[in-house]
Design a protein around this ligand. Sequence first.
Ligand SMILES: NC(=O)c1ccc[n+]([C@@H]2O[C@H](COP(=O)([O-])OP(=O)(O)OC[C@H]3O[C@@H](n4cnc5c(N)ncnc54)[C@H](OP(=O)(O)O)[C@@H]3O)[C@@H](O)[C@H]2O)c1
Length: 326
Amino acid sequence: MSTTFRQLGRSGLTVSVVGLGCNNLGRSGTVTETQEGTDAVVHAALEAGVTLFDVADTYGREPGLSETMLGRALGAERQNVIVATKFGMDARGANGVDWGRRGSRKYIMQSVEASLRRLGTDWIDLYQFHTPDPHTPIGETLAALDDLVRAGKVRYIGHSNRAGWQIAEAEFTARAAGTTRFVSSQNHYNLLDRRAELEVTPAAEAYGLGVLPYFPLANGLLTGKYSSGKAPEGSRLTHARQNLMSDSDFEQLRGFGAFAAARGLTELQVAFSWLASRPSVASVIAGATKPEQIRQNAAAVCWEPSAADLAELDELFPPVPKVALF
Ligand SMILES: NC(=O)c1ccc[n+]([C@@H]2O[C@H](COP(=O)([O-])OP(=O)(O)OC[C@H]3O[C@@H](n4cnc5c(N)ncnc54)[C@H](OP(=O)(O)O)[C@@H]3O)[C@@H](O)[C@H]2O)c1
């Protein structure tokens, strides 16, 4: 077992510091498109000590397929792991009609039953509100989620893609109503995209939320495998997000390679260890398409950057400047 464990924010939920992002499961064009490929990656994750599996009702070549395949792959191990799924993005009817109100009590009661059925489980460890619903008051969403926690269908609740003010709004709405509070925030965050540091990570720290950074490897750009400017056969950027092959700064990525090599590390290890060193980050949830990748990832939080290392990384990957308000 090569991974270690952390509390998710100030909750009592313990998660492995490296999780498995499951949005490749059942996705066309990946090895994990099949149940066999999914089983291989999920079983390798379990063997490496990974306990957090992050999925959503929208993932897969048809919405819901990633949940179904994850549930099958986990089998009897399900009781020993943390299944984190999500509702709130357009599941294209997989959870029934939504009227564009996916934070509503009506929809949440539908979506939770559909996710439980697909995952083949009686409970969801962490149920995350995938993206804000501008039409439904957050108090209604929180009250419905609180009922799910009381009913034992959901153990903890989290959110995703919320701005700083929306995180604060949800926190104080739950406090005022005495309902279950969110314990985690899932946001786009990696060395190449540090926008979360402006509002999200400070809010997470203030309210005791664990941050689950998504796209931790920037679609693989931070693994070093694209630094020559060519995409290895079968890798994500050969069949998806191909604009990144023309838009990325390969000089910067080569500088990153030199930074890692000077410390006897791989780019992957620096990318994971840097994220894990950020205040409030609880678990790094990269996806993996091969067992070997999840084995490497599970062991990649292996370095504690010094203040000088952090400063050098800030030079290579500058933080987004804070705007002076007055
Ligand atoms: N909340 C949200 O709105 C949201 C949005 C997006 C994602 N997510 C979640 O965040 C998770 C992470 O996103 P992501 O999977 O797209 O993350 P990512 O870190 O940006 O990219 C992961 C990809 O990098 C490659 N890779 C992973 N480990 C590698 C290794 N050791 N060596 C070489 N290549 C490696 C694999 O692609 P190839 O092998 O194909 O190159 C893998 O699929 C998702 O699975 C999902 O659970 C959430």
